[in-house]
Design a protein around this ligand. Structure first.
Ligand code: ADP
Length: 628
């Protein structure tokens, strides 16, 4: 198996049968792109040549184009295996809008539509057929395909075949039989899942023979990563959403109840938000997902259940109201931001309490399933990796990339809170830690973080009166620091191992050897300043505005409204008409002739013919065209 990892922006010219010019001509004609992304050419070439392949590119890396181009330039019909109807529909809508002959066969179609599609396939007028694995392996469908001499199968979301993946789908296992049914065809797996174990499992399960293993760079330079101490999570989440007003955001919570209360809070603040979790019926889930896709909803507050079917490309922020349970999950979930290549923000609101919550959830569910230490331990290791990621001492891009076994060359990513110098340390952290620890000592190591915070803040609560803690010397020692910030500081000490929290369900704080070292002054402490208000607007200036240079924002909004109207009329999601990147390019260059419209990023011949006049009329109505 030949593995290649390609550096960003490398163009690999391969002197084989299909010339790069032919590929680029097709890409320009249908999609309006002028360049290929790293690995796309090699992946396209493998499919054209009939060599099995496994392509691993991050979400938004451009995997679809790799299987969409080969049937165009070889004039054959290829098959794409896709796990969800919604994904198939969006892809087919998107391709047809580009003038690309594609079709899907799924259970949501009327008998007439199905018959028509069968006829189109037999007539050879489809270049790509999208189908779910169950339908593909049904006898009737296999015999249909044998009549059209299929030469290549692309397996999208190929990690679904692996037990080790996060979305295992038993139906995918039957795809191993494809090689027997179609010995003349090549198989091509596509996934964003980066782990080695899943990759080798895909190769083995699909029975790939001497595949080209094409592994791209996992870094997503257009994403800005931030980990912010959690103080008042609802307000903090709202602030991030306000920074991207009227734009798409996904907020991840651990529990179903949290998704509901967070979404209700955001609705009260006037945000077009709704919640999504596995406890809702299928119909309601579908409606929420469609509303998000159609831009009728800006924010979905969800558990991990909101996943694979989301292909809205202009998600501008992915917010974690609490820590997920592994870096793999984090990468997967944040991967949904900025698929259009434009800048997007990923904020994780972190508290050491999350580690505790996950530890108890994982332990409980393993015990309920009758599983022991051997199952819990690896999960705790995954948790520990993410905990380490959340500490404010390392570039977040570097950490993520290195976690997945790749190197990170740049010394400063300019796109994470650490490199942007946003993580503020407390100046007198050791003295602050000593105050907290001595409060734990004075209260006899019998209480949790909230009570310690109350004592330090000098509060007057029933508990304080009951135990006479108003008379302690530590009562009111940190008056003026809000209670929520104090709780966060206590949690930071636990996180650094400078204080222990019991795991018996009471979460009592106990001093340990490290606590005494700090109290004796033998050990220095670093602590992050929990935000009073989460962020300042300066952050927006530094990162979020990069992709707006030269864009007439008012015109962009008019074009966006026009796109939404057209999408509604045609019953397709707006991103099928044009991506945000295309609209920004239009609002920057203001084309008023067919030639200049065709030069816009993402405008191919069909879209010029279908939408050119309407969008150019909007540009003209808006004012003077740019001097291009
Ligand atoms: P993936 O399936 O890897 O998550 P997609 O295939 O959905 O990614 O591509 C992400 C986005 O990038 C899409 O909007 C797609 O049109 C765009 N894209 C893909 N290839 C190119 C390219 N060569 N140039 C410009 N945009 C591209």
């Amino acid at each position: 198996m030949a593995e290649r990892t390609v550096e960003p922006r490398t163009v690999t010219v391969c002197p084989t049968r299909t010339r790069l010019d032919d590929i680029l001509a097709a890409v320009k004609q249908y999609w309006g792109f002028t360049r290929l992304r790293p690995l796309q050419e090699t992946a396209i070439q493998a499919e054209v040549d009939g060599r099995d392949s496994l392509v691993v590119l991050p979400t938004g890396g451009g995997k679809s184009l790799c299987y969409q181009v080969p049937p165009l330039i070889t004039d054959r019909t290829d098959v794409v295996v896709s796990p969800l109807i919604s994904l198939m529909k969006d892809q087919v809508d998107g391709l047809r809008a580009c003038g690309y002959p594609a079709a899907a066969l799924h259970s949501g179609m009327t008998p007439d539509d199905r018959r028509q599609t069968h006829n189109d396939i037999l007539a050879g007028s489809c270049r790509l057929i999208f189908v779910a694995p169950e339908r593909l392996m049904a006898p009737g469908f296999l015999s249909l395909l044998s009549r059209i001499d299929v030469r290549a199968f692309a397996i999208d979301e190929a990690h679904c075949i692996s037990h080790w993946g996060h979305d295992f789908r038993p139906e995918y296992r039957r795809l191993a039989e494809l090689k027997q049914h179609f010995p003349q065809a090549s198989l091509h797996g596509y996934t964003a899942t980066a782990t080695e174990r899943v990759r080798s499992d895909i190769v083995e399960q699909l029975g790939l023979s001497d595949p080209a293993l094409l592994v791209g760079r996992f870094d997503r330079p257009n994403l800005v990563y931030r980990v912010v101490p959690r103080v008042d999570v609802r307000q903090q989440v709202h602030e991030v959403i306000e920074r991207h007003r009227d734009e798409a955001a996904i907020v991840y919570c651990i529990s179903r109840r949290d998704t509901e209360s967070m979404s209700a809070f955001l609705q009260r603040k006037g945000v077009r938000a709704d919640h999504y979790h596995a406890g809702l019926d299928a119909d309601q889930r579908r409606r929420t997902q469609e509303a998000f896709s159609n831009e009728d909803l800006d924010v979905v507050v969800a558990t991990v259940a909101f996943g694979m079917g989301i292909d809205r490309s202009n998600v501008r922020s992915v917010i974690h109201a609490a820590m997920p349970k592994s870096i793999e999950h984090y990468q997967q979930e944040t991967g949904r931001a900025g698929r259009d290549g434009l800048e997007a923000e990923c904020v994780l609101f972190y508290s050491a309490a999350d580690v505790m919550k996950w530890t108890s959830l994982l332990t409980k569910s393993a015990e309920e399933a009758g599983r022991g230490e051997d199952v819990i331990q690896p999960q705790l290791v995954l948790l520990e990796h993410l905990r380490a990621y959340c500490q404010p001492f390392h570039c977040r891009h570097r950490r993520l990339v290195e976690y997945f076994g790749q190197s990170y060359e740049a010394s400063d990513c300019k796109a994470c809170d650490v490199c942007l110098d946003e993580c503020e340390n407390i100046e007198d952290a050791t003295a602050t830690a000593q105050k907290i620890l001595s409060c734990v000592a004075r209260t006899e190591q019998m209480f949790g973080a909230k009570h310690i915070a109350d004592v330090l803040a000098g509060s007057d609560t029933d508990m304080i009166r009951k135990w006479g803690h108003q008379d302690l010397s530590t009562h009111g020692l940190m008056t003026g620091t809000p209670r929520k910030r104090l709780v966060n500081l206590v949690n930071q000490l636990v996180d650094q191992g400078l204080l222990t929290r019991t795991t018996d369900g009471f979460h009592t704080l106990k001093l340990n050897a490290a606590s005494w070292e700090v109290m004796r002054g033998d050990r220095k402490v670093r602590m992050q300043l929990p935000p009073e208000k989460t962020t300042g607007t300066s952050r927006r200036d530094k990162t979020a505005d990069r992709g707006w240079i030269g864009v007439d924002r008012e015109l962009f909004e008019s074009l966006r409204a026009l796109r939404r109207d057209i999408a509604h009329q045609r019953h397709v999601p707006p991103f099928v008409i044009f991506s945000d990147a295309t609209l920004r390019d239009m609002a920057r260059r203001k084309p008023t002739s067919p030639d200049s419209f065709l030069a816009i990023h993402g405008v191919g011949e069909k879209k010029l013919a279908d939408f050119g006049d309407t969008f150019m009329a909007c540009i003209k109505a808006h004012g003077r065209p740019s001097a291009e």
